[in-house]
Write a protein that binds this ligand. Sequence first.
Ligand SMILES: Cc1cc2nc3c(=O)[nH]c(=O)nc-3n(C[C@H](O)[C@H](O)[C@H](O)COP(=O)(O)OP(=O)(O)OC[C@H]3O[C@@H](n4cnc5c(N)ncnc54)[C@H](O)[C@@H]3O)c2cc1C
Length: 386
Amino acid sequence: VHARTRAKPYDTDALAALVARTAARGGHVRVVGTGHSSSDILRSDDVLISLDDWSGIIAVDPERKEARVRPSTTLDNLGARLYEHDLALPNYGDVATQTIAGAVGTGTHGSGRTLQNLSQMLVGATMVDGMGHMRRFRVEDGVPFRAAQVALGTLGIFTELTLRLVPTYDLERREYATSTDAALDHLKELIAGNRSFDFYWYPRRDDVKLRLLNPLGGGVRALPYARLLERTEGHSHRVTPTHTGIPHHFEECEYAMPIDQGPRCFRAVRARILDRWRATVGWRVLYRTVAADNALLSSASGHDIATISLHQNATLPWAAFFADIEQIFRSHGGRPHWAKKHGMHAAEIAPLYPHWKDFHGVRAQCDPHGVFLSPSMRALFFGAEA
Ligand SMILES: Cc1cc2nc3c(=O)[nH]c(=O)nc-3n(C[C@H](O)[C@H](O)[C@H](O)COP(=O)(O)OP(=O)(O)OC[C@H]3O[C@@H](n4cnc5c(N)ncnc54)[C@H](O)[C@@H]3O)c2cc1C
């Protein structure tokens, strides 16, 4: 990650002093978790802070099913530790290598008709704000809290997060191969009938892998149009994330659109890839759904969403491919994933978020000197000329 200086403060006082000092000289800081985000949100032309050692569970409240956790706890570690307390995360994305602060702060999500993104676990947080002051957010605070849930590290630096969890649960994962047309014909029932459902579309073969995650014995059982490839079961934190390690050999672009737009958008994406990109892009396309929330900058803010992600080998040209398909995403009301590659500008992003101004009102209060606004963040929020 690009930065002029790297810093690793070991306690809250040192962190707060570093932010206050940088703000006083008109500089800026960004904070990095595991650095998985591939958009420009991590880039700092000044100070980049890492809180690697700020990891682990601070306390668990079994009655309220809540846990106070440190910001750099990875989801892997969190899931395993919570299991010892009979608690679990309601969902994960495809991997569990991210930090909780990075996953919450970018609205990282998995799939599921009634499952929300990971920022929705948050019920309280402590941050060092842009003046170097400690600031607490609680769900009862309303708008400021909803701003803090998905804030890309621009309201403050999380020093502690309080998460609302669920009792431990087991899941069965089933994966099937089928034709693209069969998947689309049965899409509605697959989304409605499974706890978590998504599919990968493979452009070269023009076929599909369906992935179903359900309580044991639950979900859609009859899929006469598909061939079972694999079945696994176990604790949710073992079965839900599928990839281990950090496969940094691909680039990714993802947009979220209102759920009803999803199938039409996917059909248009499929047609365009088959027409123009099949020979150069063999990498899969992922289709998921996420339930609505009210975090101001969440990609699911205000409505249920379908998400479509493009992947391309990082050593091959990806920019023209992504830019071409992004036009289709945008024409279906798509919001770009904050943590992945996209080519949208501030003036195009702002109208997609009804609470854009409210977010920036809270942001300005928390960070009046703009210490968290690196040039890249400034461009993303206010435009290149800002
Ligand atoms: C292999 C892979 C698979 C992925 N799968 C999914 C998926 O299934 N679903 C999905 O939605 N996304 C997915 N992503 C995106 C990923 O979840 C996000 O990039 C996430 O932010 C990564 O977490 P991180 O710890 O690396 O955060 P980073 O990328 O390091 O940081 C992300 C943001 O959080 C901020 N931040 C970090 N720490 C703090 C802190 N202490 N306080 C305040 N702000 C902080 C940073 O400033 C930055 O703005 C995937 C990425 C990869 C590389």
